[in-house]
Design a protein around this ligand. Structure first.
Ligand SMILES: *Cc1c(COP(=O)(O)O)cnc(C)c1O
Length: 379
């Protein structure tokens, strides 16, 4: 993490709220992912944090990308097209997967000229793609258990495993090549069993396809969900990677290309927010701090991502349990009701670590409070 000294210096120079992105940390997360999952090509899920400089840093490190809207597709395409292609990133499928199974007709028309790789999970989508994206390559999204993930998705996307081979057959009959299968175990998946069950479900589908004479499946996309180390209850990534490597090698031959869509894992630990205390009160004897960023800004992840962030002070002193509120007039704008903080003065700063994922991405300027300014270090 960027040192407290540097955070303070940056906050004084640029003002607050200030969102600091450390590109060394992003590169470190990327290297960790590749080192421990050598068979898996990471497609960074842009929705976690769509900052263009992050996209460039990750591309240079060797990442490909998962996008879920045409706007995200453009962010990636625009930021990488002038950079020299890396090994394994020679053409569009090596660089980008469009991993939102539901796509509007006009989105399909916009994507089609790029001959994109897209996911699907139902017959309506095949019909739409026949008309609006006949040049797409397909990956079938399969529903898998999301038990215990911080953000669950299994009720929204994915075909039932029993429908999978029929959907592959239907797409083939419509003239598409189905490259393989994808799944997503839900975000911040601390229950590693979900991955193991998902791999076994996909291996069964590969097997059933072979038995029914459908060849050509050559890709398995193991999705996102890789947990960020928000606290020491999260088991280490190395442990998950070891399980995945063992199961992937056991269930899928070397000819199957494996990719993943990590979002949070790549960026969560790379960003720190610095906010300033703009108000202070005692209510029912509890110390309340008001800061210049909140639920409608960088801390939007508390709502949308079900993630709790902690605030830390730059100096120490006798501590007590405090509430921390954002700057807007809405009571929903409560960052925390239980932070252990010293007695600080107006104008002093607080910081929050590990805020890189699903924070700025969903921030608004509700009530007229501007979003945090973004600065890059070690870019
Ligand atoms: C959001 C999303 C991801 C990224 O998830 P993380 O938990 O941030 O790794 C990957 N794939 C799909 C399809 C997603 O919707």
């Amino acid at each position: 993490m960027v040192s407290e000294k540097t955070l303070l210096r940056l906050a004084r120079r640029h003002g607050t709220p200030l969102f600091v992105i450390d590109h060394d940390e992003v590169r470190k997360n990327f290297r960790t992912f590749r080192k421990h999952l050598p068979r898996v090509q990471p497609y960074y899920a842009v929705k976690a944090n769509p900052d263009p400089a992050l996209v460039r840093t990750l591309y240079r490190a060797g990442a490909s990308f998962d996008v879920a809207s045409f706007a995200e597709f453009v962010i990636v395409h625009k930021n990488i097209e002038h950079l020299p292609p890396k090994k394994r990133q020679d053409y569009i499928w090596d660089r980008i997967i469009y991993a939102n199974p539901i796509k509007a007709e006009e989105t399909l028309s916009q994507l089609d000229p790029y001959k994109p790789l897209v996911t699907y999970d139902n017959p309506e989508e095949i019909r739409k793609m026949t008309r609006f994206a006949p040049h797409a390559g397909l990956v079938l999204r399969v529903r898998v258990p999301n038990t215990g993930s911080m953000v669950e998705l299994s009720s929204k996307f994915g075909c039932a495993p029993g429908e999978a081979v029929d959907l592959i057959q239907q797409a083939s009959r419509a003239g598409f090549t189905v490259e393989g299968l994808s799944f997503h175990v839900g975000s911040q998946a601390t229950n590693f069993d979900n991955y193991l069950q998902a791999l076994s479900i996909c291996a069964d589908i590969f097997q059933e396809a072979r038995l029914r004479g459908i060849g050509g499946l050559s890709l398995l996309d193991i999705g996102g969900g890789f947990p960020a180390p928000y606290d020491d209850k999260v088991r280490p990534f190395e442990e998950l990677a070891a399980l995945l490597n063992r199961e992937i090698d056991r269930l899928f031959g070397k000819e199957i290309e494996i990719l993943a869509e990590p979002g949070r894992f790549m960026v969560a630990t790379a960003c720190t927010l610095v906010a300033r205390i703009i108000g202070k009160a005692r209510r029912d004897r509890k110390l309340c701090y008001y800061i210049d960023d909140g639920i409608y800004g960088t801390f939007s992840g508390i709502l949308f991502d079900h993630c709790q962030y902690h605030l830390e002070s730059f100096r120490d002193g006798p501590r007590e349990i405090c509430s921390v509120f954002g700057p807007t007039c809405d009571a929903l704008d409560t960052v925390s009701t239980a932070e252990n903080l010293p007695d600080l003065k107006l104008g002093e700063y607080l910081y929050s670590k590990n805020v890189g994922a699903y924070t700025t991405a969903s921030a608004t300027d509700f009530n007229g409070f501007p979003k945090a300014r973004i600065v890059h270090v070690n870019q």
